[in-house]
Design a protein around this ligand. Sequence first.
Ligand SMILES: [Zn+2]
Length: 102
Amino acid sequence: MNDPLLGADESQEQERSPEIRRRFELAETGFNEIPRKYRKFYRKWQGEGDTLAPNEVLCPVCMIVVRSSRELRVGDRVYCMPCMSRLMVAEEQGMLVAKVVY
Ligand SMILES: [Zn+2]
């Protein structure tokens, strides 16, 4: 499957940190702007009151939530398919945020 989390292969990850990332079961979210097999990796941001899970970041370009089957960490690169942006996960005020990588 085409997880938006780019290039984090398991062996590399164990070298970087002893903690294994939590895995998440992704379910269909009703997001229908991209081909069906990728839909579970994205969902609409519900605005104020919505919260992001540890495997989710908000794309600052199109305001779609990008979801990975694994927990996201600062420094991860993710791909937002709906707007084709490459993003880097960063931390701001204790929250994970995505920044566009040019
Ligand atoms: Zn986007």
